[in-house]
Design a protein around this ligand. Structure first.
Ligand SMILES: *[C@@H]1O[C@H](CO)[C@@H](O)[C@H](O)[C@H]1NC(C)=O
Ligand SMILES: *[C@@H]1O[C@H](CO)[C@@H](O)[C@H](O)[C@H]1NC(C)=O
Ligand SMILES: *[C@@H]1O[C@H](CO)[C@@H](O)[C@H](O)[C@H]1NC(C)=O
Ligand SMILES: *[C@@H]1O[C@H](CO)[C@@H](O)[C@H](O)[C@H]1NC(C)=O
Ligand SMILES: *[C@@H]1O[C@H](CO)[C@@H](O)[C@H](O)[C@H]1NC(C)=O
Ligand SMILES: *[C@@H]1O[C@H](CO)[C@@H](O)[C@H](O)[C@H]1NC(C)=O
Ligand SMILES: *[C@@H]1O[C@H](CO)[C@@H](O)[C@H](O)[C@H]1NC(C)=O
Ligand SMILES: *[C@@H]1O[C@H](CO)[C@@H](O)[C@H](O)[C@H]1NC(C)=O
Ligand SMILES: *[C@@H]1O[C@H](CO)[C@@H](O)[C@H](O)[C@H]1NC(C)=O
Ligand SMILES: *[C@@H]1O[C@H](CO)[C@@H](O)[C@H](O)[C@H]1NC(C)=O
Ligand SMILES: *[C@@H]1O[C@H](CO)[C@@H](O)[C@H](O)[C@H]1NC(C)=O
Length: 858
């Protein structure tokens, strides 16, 4: 079970330091002083300005603004020394600093750019703009006074020019996050004044030993994340004991952690995660007394570590050991407190118990222990360990219960509790009143939902799905919460009616009570929940006509009511603006009668237009909350994505997440009569259409051939007659599943790319059809094949994995801002979570990944 969630897991931990060492200082113009600016520098700056355009998508920082807009050739503001981002020497008037970070610049930087005329420049910061794959011009050599150069996150590509190594006064060089390729030139070793160096996150070739690093004796900051380093850890660094920041994450470094690393006693930040390091972690870490952030996750470390090795790391703020095969020995006599420890992560390790030393970490805010081998009960102390605990994750372990079987968890300030996917049984404990998210899905809880849970008025996500709970759902669940966003009670044994009424200000986005024994009607007051996106009441015993007021929900995207007792004629919408966002509707296995709902089909406008360039995302709801703690500003984002079961390509599938482009109509297994309306042909974005097991008559309309995105078409078990339109063979290029068996169709089976792939099961029991793959040739009557098709009822994870992103912005040391961006591939259906401790927020999400299109074609 535990391995299910993380079966593909691979923690890609990326990190981008947002140290802003070059600070933007804008010289203020003094009326008392004459214009300092030199004419040739003014015109150089102006033609640099003109060579570029401004584009909002060029810069990712929140603080971005077009600094060059203040640059004017004439008038009051023609003094270039007073322009935004320009700094002059107050004696000579020459431009010495150009700080154009996050200025929305868009365009190329050619070798003849007039910026290279500014030969007195000492600081040049062009970071976080878009230079559209320009290479770094060799003309950079002209700027021989440069001591600070920042070209990070600016879409530079090509090789690093050797001319860069001639800027012998450089102390600060940041080329983070570009598309630079080739090898890093060894001549960079000549830049012996460097104190700050980053080549992280480019597209370099494999880099071996980087022996030249040994020459950079003044380095204090070194960032080589994702620079394709391989081999044993860089021996050339062994004398750099004055380093305070060392980031080597996401490379292919192997071997054991070298002993000389333990001599870097000034280190405050050490990230070795996502490499191929092995061996045991030794006690020599205890020499790194200044460490604030230590990340060793996603390597092949083994064995057990004594909690005591962290004893002397009194400044430690964040400790991440996830994705290794290590356990922590917890000697009960070593009880020590790390006064600054706020984040502790040991996801997917070999922990057999919750490390006892955590009991004494009274400043802990974030505790992640998911996907381990932890058996037994959740100790009671974990709820009391730290007053500041904000988030706890113990999911995917083998926990069976809670120590003392509490009716309610102790009152703390906790915000998020995830104990899902364990073996927890007994009654559901009521979470503390501060809880925003309570996730206990996939356990063995029994009994009622305690109505005391309605006292947790802050709850935003409540997920009790996949347990063995029963009894009626307390009425107060409908209206006790101020901000409930997701109510998920799927797959239990709840009976009685759906609670009501829902308040005027209902905030629900996700409402999922599927797979229970609920009876009665769908409360009409749910129409107050204007934010609803996902609505799933499938597999219950609801009995009424189609709840047509659902059409008034402006954001509804997913409507699943299958396997209930909805009956009667569907009728028509009151106006043509109903269901404007609907893209998945499943009303199958009910008792609906009458004609197919032609008028509704005409309102489903989200299914009508296919947007090939649409940015792929999962349909999700986001919960954000903020918290102030000891001066740090904490922002949490929880992204919740719903899981649903729908039929696609003839197979019942479990969708852990739903892509925002997936469109599907399932009206199968009802008692619809009459013809298939031509208007289906207008739903051009439709990917799956299932009208099987009804009593439909008449022909298959040729307009179905317009559904170019269609992957699955099931019209089987009806009374359709006439020919199969040839258009289907010509136009449906994505069709992977087609079934018209058990009808009264006749004539030749269409040919064409996809139609070459369907076998005879798609056509059986239509005595009039002929041509391949049937043995009956057209024109010469033969008996139809007689074998029976059997239906697949397979619940499988439809989309192999997407990305979950975790952002932690950790204030490390005074005046510094360090951002840690971590992502991992998750197979399970659940959320992603973003946590941030922000002092001075500057966050760039430029390299964020998107789910891939393949996921829905899988
Ligand atoms: C702005 O930048 C984006 C992304 O690089 C690009 O697609 C778009 O065409 C640019 N817009 C203009 C007006 O140049
Ligand atoms: C000129 O700059 C220097 C340092 O760069 C500063 O000490 C001095 O006060 C400045 N003079 C004026 C007149 O602003
Ligand atoms: C740079 O060179 C290109 C041609 O290579 C030319 O079109 C452009 O005007 C030149 N720019 C400047 C500022 O000289
Ligand atoms: C380099 O600077 C000199 C002035 O010192 C200037 O004349 C020359 O054009 C610059 N070279 C480039 C490539 O911009
Ligand atoms: C720049 O180069 C990268 C990597 O080679 C490529 O993915 C990207 O599309 C390029 N961008 C432009 C604007 O050419
Ligand atoms: C480290 O420093 C020592 C003494 O200064 C020197 O002998 C040794 O070669 C240096 N090692 C490296 C890898 O630079
Ligand atoms: C660590 O530093 C000490 C003292 O400077 C030195 O004797 C020792 O050789 C160093 N260890 C390694 C592995 O470089
Ligand atoms: C903590 O350690 C001290 C000795 O160092 C011991 O007396 C005490 O009982 C320990 N406390 C706990 C709760 O284990
Ligand atoms: C995991 O821990 C158990 C003891 O809890 C140990 O027997 C086993 O060898 C460990 N596995 C690995 C791969 O280290
Ligand atoms: C809710 O909290 C109030 C005040 O603490 C308490 O009196 C009441 O009994 C609680 N309700 C339930 C159902 O536990
Ligand atoms: C469907 O409706 C018919 C009458 O309209 C009724 O006899 C039958 O029991 C219903 N079936 C279900 C499953 O509700």
């Amino acid at each position: 079970m535990a391995s299910f969630i993380f079966k593909n897991s691979l923690l890609l931990v990326l990190m981008h330091s947002l140290l802003v060492v070059i600070r933007t200082t804008v010289s203020t113009s003094k009326l008392s002083r004459r214009t300092l600016c030199h004419d040739h520098e003014r015109s150089a700056l102006l033609s640099f300005k003109q060579s570029l355009s401004l584009n909002k998508s060029s810069s990712g920082a929140f603080s971005a603004y077009p600094k060059t807009e203040s640059w004017k050739a004439r008038g009051e503001s023609s003094d270039c020394c007073s322009w935004h981002g320009v700094e002059c020497n107050n004696q000579t008037g020459f431009v010495t600093g150009l700080y154009l970070r996050s200025s929305l610049l868009y365009g190329t930087l050619p070798s003849n750019s007039t910026i290279f005329i500014l030969v007195h420049l000492q600081n040049l910061d062009l970071g976080d703009n878009d230079f559209r794959n320009s290479s770094i011009p060799p003309a950079i050599y002209n700027l021989s006074s440069l001591s600070g150069l920042d070209l990070s996150l600016s879409a530079f590509s090509g090789q690093i020019p050797v001319e860069l190594s001639k800027l012998s006064k450089l102390t600060y060089l940041d080329l983070t996050g570009n598309y630079l390729s080739g090898s890093i030139p060894a001549s960079v070793g000549n830049l012996t004044q460097l104190t700050h160096l980053s080549f992280s996150r480019n597209l370099f070739n494999e880099q071996g030993t980087l022996y030249w690093l040994g020459k950079l004796t003044k380095l204090t900051f070194l960032d080589l994340e994702k620079t394709n380093l391989y081999g044993k850890t860089l021996q050339s660094l062994s004398n750099r004991t004055q380093l305070t920041f060392l980031n080597l994450r996401a490379n292919k470094l192997s071997g054991e952690i070298p002993l000389w690393l333990m001599n870097m006693t000034q280190l405050t930040f050490l990230a070795l995660n996502s490499n191929e390091l092995e061996g045991q972690l030794s006690s020599s870490f205890s020499q790194l007394k200044n460490l604030e952030v230590l990340d060793l996750s996603e390597n092949s470390f083994v064995g057990t570590i004594e909690a005591g090795i962290f004893l002397s790391l009194k400044k430690l703020y964040s400790l991440t050991l996830s994705y290794n095969k290590i356990s922590v020995i917890t000697n009960q006599h070593v009880n020590f407190t790390l006064p600054n420890l706020q984040i502790f992560q040991m996801i997917s390790c070999n922990l057999s118990e919750i490390p006892y030393f955590l009991k004494f970490q009274n400043n802990l805010q974030v505790l992640y222990l998911d996907d381990n081998n932890i058996h037994g009960k959740i100790p009671y102390w974990i709820w009391n360990a730290s007053d500041s605990l904000q988030e706890i994750r113990l999911s995917s372990n083998f926990l069976t219960g809670m120590e003392h079987n509490p009716i309610a968890l102790p009152s703390t300030s906790i915000k998020s509790i995830d104990i899902s996917d364990n073996l927890l049984h007994g009654n559901l404990p009521v979470p503390p009143r501060s809880t925003l998210r309570y996730s206990v899905f996939r356990n063995r809880f029994t009994g009622d939902i305690p109505s005391a849970i309605c006292n947790c008025t802050s709850l935003e996500i409540l997920d009790l799905s996949d347990n063995r709970m029963s009894g009626p759902i307390p009425q107060c669940l409908a209206n006790s919460f101020e901000a409930l966003v997701a109510l998920i009670l799927q797959k239990n044994n709840f009976s009685g009616t759906i609670p009501e009424p829902y308040p005027e200000k209902c905030t629900l986005n996700v409402f999922d009570l599927s797979q229970n024994q609920l009876m009665g009607r769908v409360p009409k007051s749910l129409s107050n929940c204007k934010m609803l996106q996902i609505f799933d009441l499938s597999d219950n015993q609801l009995q009424q006509t189609f709840p047509d007021w659902l059409g008034t929900l402006p954001r509804l995207q997913v409507l699943i009511l299958h396997s209930n007792k909805f009956h009667g004629v569907m009728g028509s919408p009151r106006n043509s603006f109903e269901f404007p966002m609907l893209r998945i509707i499943d009303l199958s296995q009910n008792n609906l009668t009458g004609d197919l709902p032609v008028k509704y089909i005409q309102t489903w406008s989200a299914m009508r237009i296919f947007h090939p360039d649409k940015e792929l995302q999962y349909i999700e709801v986001q919960v954000t909350y903020q918290n102030k703690n000891k001066g740090d500003f904490i922002v949490w984002y929880v992204h919740y994505t719903s899981s649903i079961i729908i039929r696609n390509k003839g197979v019942k599938r479990y969708y852990g997440r739903i892509l925002n482009v997936f469109t599907s109509i399932d009206l199968s297994s009802n008692k619809f009569t009459g013809h298939i309306p031509e208007s289906f042909g207008s739903l051009e974005a439709l990917e799956s259409l299932d009208l099987s097991n009804n009593e439909l008559t008449g022909p298959i309309p040729p307009s179905i051939g317009s559904l170019k995105q269609l992957e699955s078409l099931d019209l089987s078990h009806n009374k359709l007659s006439g020919l199969i339109p040839q258009q289907l063979g010509e136009k449906l290029n994505f069709l992977a599943f087609f079934n018209v068996s058990y009808n009264l169709l006749s004539g030749p089976i269409p040919r064409g790319q996809q139609f070459e792939t369907f076998d005879k099961d798609s056509y059986m029991m239509n005595s009039g059809l002929c041509g391949l793959p049937l043995s009956k040739t057209c024109g010469s009557p033969q008996s139809p094949p007689a074998d029976d098709g059997d239906e697949d009822e397979d619940e499988s994870d439809a989309d192999g994995g997407g990305f979950i992103w975790i952002f932690i912005l950790a204030g490390v040391g005074s005046g510094l801002v360090v951002g840690i961006v971590m992502g991992n591939i998750f197979v399970d259906r659940y959320f992603w979570l973003i946590a941030g401790v922000v002092q001075n927020l500057r966050l760039t999400l430029k390299n964020r990944r998107r789910p891939k299109r393949q996921n829905i074609r899988g």
